[in-house]
Design a protein around this ligand. Structure first.
Ligand SMILES: NC(=O)C1=CN([C@@H]2O[C@H](COP(=O)(O)OP(=O)(O)OC[C@H]3O[C@@H](n4cnc5c(N)ncnc54)[C@H](OP(=O)(O)O)[C@@H]3O)[C@@H](O)[C@H]2O)C=CC1
Ligand SMILES: O=C(O)[C@@H]1CCC=N1
Length: 266
């Protein structure tokens, strides 16, 4: 089964590299990319064939669309004449609905929507997938296998996609923002930057591993760290005073709303 990736930016390359790491034969992969310099870079790095979008759509069994949501309409108009019943179109774009895609491709082309995230680059991705209306179990299982090569996969109803985008799609950026903030705070407290970075990164990895391996509720894990009258309680009080919890809620609502706007084409 051949797979084409149209749009080889950050997420397109993440998907491509995951497929290569998972042992997909490079001669079964192809890339459509607008920027010729970027296309050459990927050709050299992976030995993958870079072709026109139309050729990719004509030749591949599965066509993964990884362009910006704002470019999706143009790309679909370009490739639609090449698509045929039985092919599978997988969209990784935020906001873009399966109905939007189905309205622009020939009848009988199956569509699956995916919301991946960048930790897929280290095989720790979280991808949510939703079927379009002409998609059967085999199509969904195929996309599940495609995304499982880079991490976990969850099937969700499409109506949850905007919220999922706000959590796991954009989520790595929130975590990196917190990490960056903690490192800066460490430097402010007088630690060398390298020391602060090592402390923060290992604390993050250790905490994430505890969450995953113990399955214990985060509130319980937080309470275990919070000694009565101790340092953690003092720190957590400041986070509450500065409304960090409310800030996360507002941030994720904003991301969810932006995903809805992208669906409207703005
Ligand atoms: N980055 C992330 O963490 C995540 C991204 N996504 C989704 O993935 C998609 C891509 O995002 P991202 O990789 O960050 O964006 P990028 O801008 O890095 O990648 C998109 C690539 O597609 C190229 N492109 C634009 N138009 C065309 C075209 N007509 N034919 C072929 N290539 C084209 C772009 O070129 P140019 O720059 O010249 O326009 C660019 O190289 C988006 O829809 C986004 O919502 C989903 C989850 C996470
Ligand atoms: O910021 C964005 O729009 C994309 C979608 C989720 C993560 N990055």
């Amino acid at each position: 089964m051949s797979t084409a990736i149209i749009g080889a930016g950050v997420m397109g390359e993440t998907l491509l590299s995951g497929l290569v790491r998972a042992g997909r034969r490079v001669d079964q992969l192809m890339v459509g990319e607008k920027r010729s310099e970027r296309a050459r870079e990927l050709e050299e790095r992976y030995g993958v064939a870079v072709v026109s979008n139309r050729e990719a759509a004509a030749k591949a069994d599965t066509v993964a669309l990884v362009v910006k949501p704002q470019d999706m309409g143009d790309v679909l108009d370009e490739i639609a004449p090449e698509l045929r019943p039985g092919q599978l179109v997988v969209s990784l774009a935020a906001g873009i609905t399966t109905a939007f895609i189905e309205a622009r491709v020939p009848e009988g082309v199956a569509v699956v929507r995916v919301m991946p995230n960048t930790p897929a680059l280290v095989d720790e991705g979280m991808a949510a997938i939703s079927p379009g209306s002409h998609c059967d179990e085999a199509h969904l299982a195929e996309v599940e296998a495609l995304m499982a090569s880079t991490g976990k996969v969850l099937r969700i109803p499409e109506k949850q996609m905007d919220a999922v985008t706000a959590i796991s799609g954009s989520g790595p950026a929130y975590i990196f923002f917190v990490v960056e903030s903690m490192i800066e705070a460490g430097v402010h407290l007088g630690l060398p930057r390298a020391t602060a970075t090592e402390l923060v990164v290992q604390t993050l990895v250790g905490s994430a591993t505890m969450l995953r391996e113990t399955g214990t509720h985060p509130v319980v894990l937080r309470e275990q760290v919070t000694s009565p009258g101790g340092t953690t309680a003092s720190a957590l009080r400041e986070l509450e005073v500065h409304k960090v919890r409310a800030a996360f809620l507002a941030a994720m609502e904003a991301a969810r709303n932006r995903s809805r706007e992208l669906a409207e084409g703005s």
